[in-house]
Design a protein around this ligand. Structure first.
Ligand code: CMP
Length: 137
């Protein structure tokens, strides 16, 4: 078993498709180990995306991520990191394969509906950023 960190981003919550994304998460075989809805401050979004601080899209990304509530999750499955990234599809919804969440629910590379950790180290950092140990038991 492996755990990964996921976000249902503010665009998906605003469009009222969070429930559809959650249903898909469950039907694809993930166990939801932890879940919370939060409205990130700009500073909290900046801390989360610190690795992207020097990228040109950092300001827009952190404005967007603090623009409304999102849902943060701990997902568990065999090979969860890769499996969740496959289900999300390419970062840019225009390039995402049919049947993926970003193809179905994303509108642009910024408004791309979901986030997922890209490696075990980032999953550990990202889960720890949002969840206390006792929530992940
Ligand atoms: P996410 O998986 O949350 O990780 C960083 C986010 O930055 C990414 O999804 C995109 O929504 C956003 N982003 C905006 N522009 C780019 C870009 N050129 N390359 C990668 N990510 C980008």
């Amino acid at each position: 078993m492996q755990r990964t960190f996921a976000i249902i981003k503010p665009d998906a919550v605003r469009k009222r498709v969070a429930g559809q994304i959650l249903a898909r998460i469950e039907s694809e075989g993930f166990t939801v180990r932890a879940l919370r809805m939060i409205h990130l401050s700009k500073a909290e979004a900046e801390g989360f995306y610190d690795v992207h601080r020097e990228r040109p899209f950092f300001g827009g990304l952190t404005d967007f991520m603090s623009s409304g509530p999102c849902i943060v999750l701990c997902l568990e499955a065999p090979d969860a990191i890769r499996k969740w990234r496959d289900l999300m599809g390419a970062t840019d919804p225009a390039k995402a394969a049919d049947g993926t969440l970003r193809k179905g629910f994303g509108a642009s590379i910024d408004n791309n509906a979901t986030h997922g950790s890209d490696a075990t180290e980032t999953a550990a950092f990202e889960l720890g950023y949002f969840f206390r140990g006792m929530e992940l038991r």
